[in-house]
Design a protein around this ligand. Structure first.
Ligand SMILES: [Zn+2]
Length: 167
Protein backbone atom coordinates (compact mmCIF):
# COMPACT_ATOMS: atom_id res chain seq x y z
CA UNK A 1 0.00 0.00 0.00
CA UNK A 2 1.30 3.41 -0.94
CA UNK A 3 1.83 5.60 2.11
CA UNK A 4 0.87 9.07 0.90
CA UNK A 5 2.68 10.85 3.71
CA UNK A 6 5.91 8.85 3.80
CA UNK A 7 7.80 11.50 1.81
CA UNK A 8 7.08 13.95 4.65
CA UNK A 9 9.97 12.34 6.48
CA UNK A 10 12.47 12.52 3.63
CA UNK A 11 15.33 14.86 4.61
CA UNK A 12 14.78 17.20 1.67
CA UNK A 13 11.25 17.79 2.98
CA UNK A 14 12.34 19.27 6.31
CA UNK A 15 12.84 22.85 5.10
CA UNK A 16 9.35 22.85 3.65
CA UNK A 17 7.80 21.21 6.70
CA UNK A 18 9.39 23.78 9.00
CA UNK A 19 8.47 26.64 6.67
CA UNK A 20 5.39 28.79 6.98
CA UNK A 21 3.35 26.73 4.50
CA UNK A 22 0.46 24.98 6.23
CA UNK A 23 1.57 21.54 7.34
CA UNK A 24 -0.51 18.69 6.08
CA UNK A 25 -2.08 20.28 3.01
CA UNK A 26 -1.60 17.73 0.28
CA UNK A 27 -1.93 20.27 -2.52
CA UNK A 28 0.45 22.80 -1.00
CA UNK A 29 2.90 20.00 -0.40
CA UNK A 30 2.79 18.92 -4.04
CA UNK A 31 2.85 22.51 -5.29
CA UNK A 32 5.84 23.35 -3.10
CA UNK A 33 7.84 20.21 -3.87
CA UNK A 34 10.81 20.14 -6.21
CA UNK A 35 9.48 19.60 -9.78
CA UNK A 36 12.20 16.95 -10.04
CA UNK A 37 10.11 14.92 -7.59
CA UNK A 38 6.87 15.26 -9.54
CA UNK A 39 6.58 11.50 -10.00
CA UNK A 40 6.64 10.94 -6.23
CA UNK A 41 3.80 13.44 -5.84
CA UNK A 42 2.02 12.26 -9.00
CA UNK A 43 2.16 15.82 -10.36
CA UNK A 44 1.29 15.67 -14.05
CA UNK A 45 1.60 19.30 -15.02
CA UNK A 46 2.39 22.68 -13.53
CA UNK A 47 1.56 26.16 -14.71
CA UNK A 48 2.61 29.17 -12.69
CA UNK A 49 -0.77 29.30 -10.98
CA UNK A 50 -2.14 25.76 -10.89
CA UNK A 51 -1.21 22.11 -11.10
CA UNK A 52 -2.68 18.79 -12.20
CA UNK A 53 -2.17 15.77 -9.91
CA UNK A 54 -3.12 12.15 -10.44
CA UNK A 55 -5.38 11.00 -7.60
CA UNK A 56 -3.70 8.36 -5.44
CA UNK A 57 -7.13 7.09 -4.40
CA UNK A 58 -8.90 7.27 -7.74
CA UNK A 59 -12.52 6.67 -8.52
CA UNK A 60 -11.33 5.43 -11.88
CA UNK A 61 -8.17 5.01 -13.91
CA UNK A 62 -6.78 8.43 -14.84
CA UNK A 63 -8.72 10.30 -12.13
CA UNK A 64 -6.83 13.56 -11.69
CA UNK A 65 -7.29 16.81 -9.83
CA UNK A 66 -6.62 20.38 -10.89
CA UNK A 67 -5.83 22.77 -8.05
CA UNK A 68 -4.56 26.31 -7.69
CA UNK A 69 -1.08 26.76 -6.27
CA UNK A 70 -2.63 29.21 -3.78
CA UNK A 71 -4.07 27.68 -0.61
CA UNK A 72 -7.64 28.89 -0.97
CA UNK A 73 -10.78 27.00 0.03
CA UNK A 74 -13.43 28.55 -2.18
CA UNK A 75 -13.60 28.70 -5.95
CA UNK A 76 -15.27 32.08 -5.74
CA UNK A 77 -12.31 33.49 -3.80
CA UNK A 78 -9.76 32.69 -6.49
CA UNK A 79 -8.32 35.66 -8.33
CA UNK A 80 -9.74 35.74 -11.85
CA UNK A 81 -6.36 34.96 -13.36
CA UNK A 82 -6.04 31.81 -11.21
CA UNK A 83 -9.59 30.64 -11.93
CA UNK A 84 -8.93 31.10 -15.63
CA UNK A 85 -5.63 29.24 -15.39
CA UNK A 86 -7.36 26.31 -13.65
CA UNK A 87 -10.03 26.22 -16.34
CA UNK A 88 -7.36 26.15 -19.04
CA UNK A 89 -5.44 23.38 -17.26
CA UNK A 90 -8.70 21.43 -16.89
CA UNK A 91 -9.25 21.72 -20.67
CA UNK A 92 -5.68 20.59 -21.19
CA UNK A 93 -6.25 17.63 -18.84
CA UNK A 94 -9.33 16.58 -20.77
CA UNK A 95 -7.37 16.64 -24.04
CA UNK A 96 -4.54 14.55 -22.58
CA UNK A 97 -6.89 12.03 -20.95
CA UNK A 98 -8.89 11.71 -24.16
CA UNK A 99 -5.72 11.23 -26.17
CA UNK A 100 -4.00 8.77 -23.82
CA UNK A 101 -6.79 6.76 -22.18
CA UNK A 102 -9.58 7.10 -24.76
CA UNK A 103 -12.44 7.48 -22.27
CA UNK A 104 -16.00 7.70 -23.51
CA UNK A 105 -16.98 10.42 -21.06
CA UNK A 106 -15.91 12.42 -18.01
CA UNK A 107 -17.21 13.48 -14.64
CA UNK A 108 -15.95 16.88 -13.56
CA UNK A 109 -16.66 18.40 -10.22
CA UNK A 110 -15.68 20.21 -7.07
CA UNK A 111 -16.70 19.03 -3.62
CA UNK A 112 -16.92 22.36 -1.82
CA UNK A 113 -16.66 21.81 1.93
CA UNK A 114 -16.39 18.68 4.11
CA UNK A 115 -20.17 18.35 4.17
CA UNK A 116 -20.11 18.01 0.40
CA UNK A 117 -17.49 15.28 0.58
CA UNK A 118 -14.23 17.18 0.15
CA UNK A 119 -11.25 15.15 1.38
CA UNK A 120 -9.18 18.32 1.52
CA UNK A 121 -11.73 21.03 2.25
CA UNK A 122 -9.46 24.03 2.67
CA UNK A 123 -7.72 23.85 -0.72
CA UNK A 124 -10.15 23.88 -3.62
CA UNK A 125 -9.62 21.27 -6.34
CA UNK A 126 -11.43 20.20 -9.46
CA UNK A 127 -11.84 16.44 -9.99
CA UNK A 128 -11.57 15.10 -13.53
CA UNK A 129 -12.73 11.48 -13.72
CA UNK A 130 -12.61 9.62 -17.05
CA UNK A 131 -15.51 7.24 -17.70
CA UNK A 132 -15.87 4.17 -19.86
CA UNK A 133 -18.95 2.17 -20.69
CA UNK A 134 -19.34 -0.47 -18.00
CA UNK A 135 -16.62 0.98 -15.75
CA UNK A 136 -18.83 0.74 -12.69
CA UNK A 137 -18.55 -3.00 -13.13
CA UNK A 138 -14.76 -3.27 -13.12
CA UNK A 139 -14.04 -0.84 -10.29
CA UNK A 140 -14.20 -3.57 -7.62
CA UNK A 141 -11.43 -5.39 -9.53
CA UNK A 142 -9.01 -2.46 -9.63
CA UNK A 143 -9.84 -1.60 -6.02
CA UNK A 144 -7.30 -4.29 -5.14
CA UNK A 145 -4.43 -2.29 -3.62
CA UNK A 146 -1.56 -3.96 -5.44
CA UNK A 147 -3.18 -3.77 -8.83
CA UNK A 148 -4.19 -0.19 -8.16
CA UNK A 149 -0.68 0.97 -7.26
CA UNK A 150 0.81 -0.70 -10.34
CA UNK A 151 -1.92 0.79 -12.45
CA UNK A 152 -1.24 4.21 -10.87
CA UNK A 153 2.45 4.11 -11.77
CA UNK A 154 1.65 3.12 -15.35
CA UNK A 155 -1.07 5.74 -15.68
CA UNK A 156 1.23 8.39 -14.27
CA UNK A 157 3.96 7.64 -16.81
CA UNK A 158 1.53 7.56 -19.73
CA UNK A 159 -0.30 10.73 -18.72
CA UNK A 160 2.84 12.66 -17.81
CA UNK A 161 4.20 11.85 -21.26
CA UNK A 162 0.90 13.03 -22.72
CA UNK A 163 1.09 16.35 -20.88
CA UNK A 164 4.73 16.82 -21.82
CA UNK A 165 3.91 16.15 -25.48
CA UNK A 166 1.11 18.70 -25.51
CA UNK A 167 2.98 21.54 -23.85
ZN1 LIG B 1 -3.08 24.03 0.42
Amino acid sequence: MIQPMQHLWAPWRMAFIKGEKPAGCFFCEAAGADPGDDAAHLVLARTGLSLAILNRYPYNNGHLMVAPVAHLANLEDLPRETASDMATLTQHSLRVLRDVLKPQGFNLGINAGKTAGAGVADHVHQHVVPRWDGDTNFMPVIADTKILSESLATSYQQLRAGFDRMV
